[in-house]
Design a protein around this ligand. Structure first.
Ligand code: GDP
Length: 451
């Protein structure tokens, strides 16, 4: 593949100590040397040696005082020749240097193009490339360490390993049905059964680790639902300990969906307060209710808020109906007031759900609530093993798990083999083997410029 030379500012815009301009491609050093004046040109300096000097324009006028360095292929971020110019921060200097370099023939890089090249040159696999984004976007220590684990290749190794085993199991199965006259299907299947079960366990574990990583990065979406006046806005405020939602006692006035993010144990919890679900009395309220329903659909978890100081009413039942079949937790709010709600009746209708008495007014039970939200979505003690993964990758792993599990219950060997094949293909997509341009475009478009 023939590469051109690309250039971009790799540091964030705005005032800062330094700004780094990156060049990658066959002409990286030659172009850098056209603007750089040091004791020696970069081309005759050793690789990775920081050289002090100046950047000059076409009339040899000094633009900035800089440090410059070259990196020799293939041991560079992209795998091709690279150069960096570190000039003073602030947008003007770096922008001028980039303009000059592009005037000399470098092409402005697309977002994520450096990392894309790293992938295309085999420096990183797709799982690692995607975790670069995870490192950049990490908002907590935990999210960062999960991304670093994936970047280090731990995740890819595990996926590759699983893929190879599926490949050899498949080959074994295929060999047995290529010779049907031998008529030995059942022993073959029982033979690979333990290996298949083991593979399923591993695939499930990988899926869980990646899902946890996704949770760490993107947070848990929690929708607070309930009829008007049960204390949803108060609860949101209490959880945030600051006023973002208007707390009011007039039913149905909280019309907008309000979102706020807090973190618990390094996990972002995205709270969405929703307009009360009930018969709309006007258009504005109808709009609020429509948004509530979409927030509900997207939420990982719902908090069904009930007013513990009042008996259950018709409107509560309406909410309850909508919650059927979804993941939710029941909160008996206003626990500071005398109890009038028949909690046992609700418990008996929803076996297996979590119930919690809370008070938005006194703060009772709120710490516990945050803890349970995180635990409910991630399971216990597994966040330590979380791996950064994109939604796409989590989905591929889910497909892989499904394939193995279908292979286990398949009645015929060819069916089992074809399920395993599906599973293996999902793992290959996960790693970006044979990735097409559309997929790469979608992935790298999310990157920032200069990465
Ligand atoms: P929403 O319509 O569900 O959002 O309910 P609001 O948050 O507006 O609360 C309705 C009313 O209940 C307000 O007057 C709140 O002050 C009151 N309220 C909310 N939570 C509590 C609580 O835990 N204890 C008590 N005593 N009052 C509460």
């Amino acid at each position: 593949m023939i590469e051109d030379t690309i250039v971009a500012v790799s540091t964030a815009p705005g005032e800062a100590g330094i700004a780094v301009i990156r060049l990658a491609g066959p002409d990286a050093v030659r172009l850098a040397d056209q603007v750089f004046r040091g004791r020696k040109p970069l081309g005759s300096s050793p690789p990775r040696f920081m050289r002090y000097g100046r950047v000059v324009d076409s009339r040899e006028e000094v633009v900035d005082e800089v440090l410059a360095v070259r990196f020799e292929a293939p041991r560079t971020y992209t795998g091709s020749e690279m150069a960096e110019i570190h000039c003073h921060g602030g947008s003007v200097s770096a922008r001028r240097v980039v303009e000059m370099l592009s005037g000399l023939g470098a092409r402005l890089a697309e977002p994520g193009e450096f990392t894309r090249r790293a992938f295309l040159n085999g420096r990183l696999d797709l799982a690692q490339a995607e975790s670069v984004l995870g490192v950049i976007r990490a908002r907590s220590d935990r999210a960062l360490s999960s991304a670093a684990r994936s970047l280090g290749g731990e995740l890819s190794e595990a996926v590759k390993n699983l893929r190879e085993r599926l490949l050899s199991m498949c080959a074994g199965l295929e060999a047995s049905f290529d010779f049907p006259e031998e008529d030995i299907p059942s022993p073959e299947k029982t033979e690979i059964l333990p290996a298949l079960e083991q593979a399923l366990k591993e695939a499930e574990k990988l899926h869980r680790r990646c899902r946890d990583g996704q949770v760490l990065r993107e947070g848990i979406r929690v929708a607070i639902v309930g009829r008007p006046n049960v204390g949803k806005s108060s609860l949101l405020n209490a959880l945030l300990q600051e006023s973002r939602a208007i707390v009011t006692s007039i039913p149905g006035t909280t019309r907008d969906v309000i979102e706020a993010v807090l973190t618990y144990d390094g996990v972002p919890i995205r709270l969405v307060d929703t307009a009360g679900i009930r018969q709309p009395s006007d258009l504005l309220e109808e709009a609020g209710i429509a948004r509530t329903l979409s927030a509900l659909k997207e939420a990982d978890l719902k908090l069904w808020v009930l007013d513990g100081s009042r008996p259950l009413c018709e409107e509560d039942a309406l909410v309850e109906e909508r919650l059927q079949g979804t993941v939710f937790m029941v909160l008996f709010n206003k626990a500071d007031l005398p109890k009038a709600l028949d909690a046992d009746e609700i418990r008996s209708r929803h076996p297996g759900k979590r119930f919690l008495g809370v008070s938005a007014k006194t703060g009772l039970g709120l710490e516990r609530l945050k803890e349970e939200i995180v635990r409910l979505v991630t399971g216990e003690g597994v966040l330590e093993e979380a791996c950064n993964a994109s939604a796409r990758q989590v989905e591929e792993l889910r497909t892989a798990v499904q394939g193995i599990s279908e292979a286990l219950s398949a009645h015929s060997l060819d069916l089992a083999a074809s399920c395993l094949r599906e599973s293996r293909l999902a793992l290959e997509r996960f790693l970006g083997m044979n990735a097409d341009n559309d997929l790469l475009d979608t992935i790298f478009r999310q990157f920032c410029l200069g990465k």
